[in-house]
Design a protein around this ligand. Sequence first.
Ligand code: ACO
Length: 376
Amino acid sequence: MSEASGLIRGLEGVIAAETQLCDLDGVSGRLAYRGYDIADLAREATFEDVAYLLWHGAPPTRAELGRQEAELIAARPIPDALIAAYRLFPKAVDPMRALQAGAAMLGMTDPDTADNSRAANLRKALRLTAQFATAICAHHRIRSGKEPVAPSKDLSHAGNFLYMLTGERPSPVNTKAFDASLTLYAEHELNASTFTTRVIAATLSDMHSAVAGGVAALKGTLHGGAGEAVMRTLMEVGEVARVDVFVDQALAAKRRLMGFGHRVYKAGDPRATILRGMAEQACRQSSQPKWYDIAVRLHEKVNAAKGLIPNVDFYSAPLFYSIGIPVDLFTPVIAAGRIAGWTANLIEQYDDNRLIRPRAEYVGPKRRPWVPLEKR
Ligand code: ACO
């Protein structure tokens, strides 16, 4: 097959599933979860609201939300075996690798691992969402030579994450910023990691296995790993006055600028617009305006020079940094939000499953006779 006969590199523009979860309009730069605009959700809803919306199709009533919050809190502790395993991991292990292993290990002890029914998958979606936060923070504490912080029984999902990371109860301002970030990352249609989870589930493998695969796909720098790379770029640039020279040199060297460009959004990523405002507020409040200022100049310069737009991972970098997230935890934090969307997609996939099995165009040698070893 050639382009003319159907090859589409990177599956660009291919419609590979129907979904009721995410309405992504790349032309006008609009995004909604189940019909609710992302800006309204980031401003008005909690991550718990959004997870419920994604899993169940409608926003929760007060009673439904209360029930789900209690279930999430009860599901926060992770098995002792996972904590023991994290103590055995090399200290330098990449937190995303630890999370991938964590997702697989959680599948070893989950009571519903092998049950792919809708009811079991809803229970697993909730448990995985609660446990991902605990696993990320426990691994981080252990690799930093500290004891894991036991999950809070009263803080919100976002507040508890920040608490388990530092051992200190977070400020309402940081909790709101983190909560809105989890919402903005929660779901994004058939991005590479969500597609990966669906491919795995479509073989009728289980939710934990699919999620472990999603973590692996998210890790790459062309996907979720871009946020960490953005922060390293901001640090490399160091000050606003150096931005222009940095960009000129980077473009001359044909260097890929992390946090810019998107396969679907061509006019602008609506999440980046929201995150920009949040980053400005957080950087100024934490007396680190420099990271926001460098980011804005970088945005202006790259856009003027190359026409590229910032994606979701661009302004989340200074935001996360200014609220105290270690740089190599940026991608796990994205996973902590995206787990709600991955699991919602998996429920959709299991509900209407068909094996995902595309074809490849063979471009290797023509058929030829096998030559025995002694004649080669
Ligand atoms: N820096 C420099 N040039 C870029 C960038 C960038 N960040 N993004 C795209 N381009 C250029 C390419 O060089 C290419 O130019 P050319 O046609 O002259 O060769 C053109 O724009 C098209 O780029 P592709 O890589 O073909 O676009 P694609 O849709 O495959 O890639 C992607 C999208 C991977 C996001 C790309 O823009 C990129 O690499 N961005 C940087 C990494 C990043 O920020 N990833 C996060 C994405 S959002 C998320 O997953 C959470």
